[in-house]
Design a protein around this ligand. Sequence first.
Ligand code: ADP
Length: 318
Amino acid sequence: KVVVVGSYNQDHVWQVDRFPQPGETRRGGGFRTGPGGKGFNQAIACVRQDVTTAFVGARGHDALGDGAAALAEAEGLTGCWQVREDVPTGTAAILVEASGQNQIIVDLAANERLDPDFLCTQSALFADARVLLAQLENNLDATRTALQLGGEHELIRVLNPAPVHPDLDADLLGLADVLTPNESEFAQLCARFLDTEVATDDVATLDDERLHALCRQLCGGSVVVTLGRHGSFVSHGDARRGDEAACYRVAAETVKAIDTTGAGDAFCGALVAGLADERVTRFADAVRHAGRVAALSTERAGAATAMPRRDEVVARFG
Ligand code: ADP
């Protein structure tokens, strides 16, 4: 079982031929709205790999929040919502360019008010779980409490450090057993915590030794850097347990990407599903399956609703 503590946002998506410049108005088209938020997307990706998944998050007392709760139930997520009377459900505006690139503005609203004390009341959910997954789309105290509860229950704690929060501290990173930054998040973490400037566009082409060394310094645990169409880089091993560290790359699958929104979320959700599945004995196999789920997700528009199911992934890639 996996516990995901995270965010729910209602996505509002428009297609554009190219992103507007500051002050420019451009016409968009193809409007659609649907469920999103890093935490919720990752929880849906996980439960669709046929792994029992609990989602814990905050929503407003409003129509968008009611829709979120109904969808969670329909997808088979267990867990619990904190319903806030004082703030709306989170929302996001997403522009998708013809190239498949995206730009996003998010109003976290209720997600930022997820109460650490509420999480403590839900600690029974952690008792029979194997993996905890959190991101940085709530407030840092809630994320910290989630990771601490995960530690108390001896879960594998996975932190997707996204988006990098301005007040993120090294102690919080140190609570994770596995970190999953994308290239931009990795570059930001290197600048913030290692005083090392790496351009986002250069991350994928850094040599393995250098990437491995940076990952080792970032967190005591394993680091999986997702590299978009270049796949992922894994720096594996927990220095705090005296593990021997190893590093390797996992190539991306060849797909026709039309919308990369949520590729990272598909990856994280499927990765924790693999880590929770006793039949998956090697970390590298969980990473490979995650890359396949993420690749397939880019062939579909949407975030949570675009998450591929396990049987679809097996049918496509074996
Ligand atoms: P994010 O969505 O957070 O920016 P990435 O772009 O790094 O995350 O994508 C996450 C994972 O999704 C990658 O590690 C890769 O496995 C897969 N992926 C993303 N884009 C593509 C693509 N164009 N082709 C194949 N796989 C992709």
